[in-house]
Design a protein around this ligand. Sequence first.
Ligand SMILES: [Zn+2]
Length: 113
Amino acid sequence: MVKKAAIITGIILLIAGFLFFFYVSMAEMQTATYDVLGLMNQRVYGTLGILKIVGLGIMFLGGLLLVLGFVTGNKEKIIIKQVVQSASQNFCSNCGKPITPEAKFCSNCAAKI
Ligand SMILES: [Zn+2]
């Protein structure tokens, strides 16, 4: 469930970030079109530049969440597998090596279980 939420949030953030970046870029282009004489305040370009970086940041965050959703999902699976494995495993009373529950003798030191 955590994995799914992270992936969905990641996708939404990616799309939102992309749209944000896209619209700011459009606004920037429009501003440049009207500003033929180059009289536009540098501050406007600065603000648009910052907004573009924010859009990219949102996209990056979305991508990160997406990757994390996949990676942690796999990690959780591996951890659960390990826990289940170790829970079903017994340990040799003689040498302490893990042994299968069905085993009658330790595979490491051959001690009777
Ligand atoms: Zn043993």
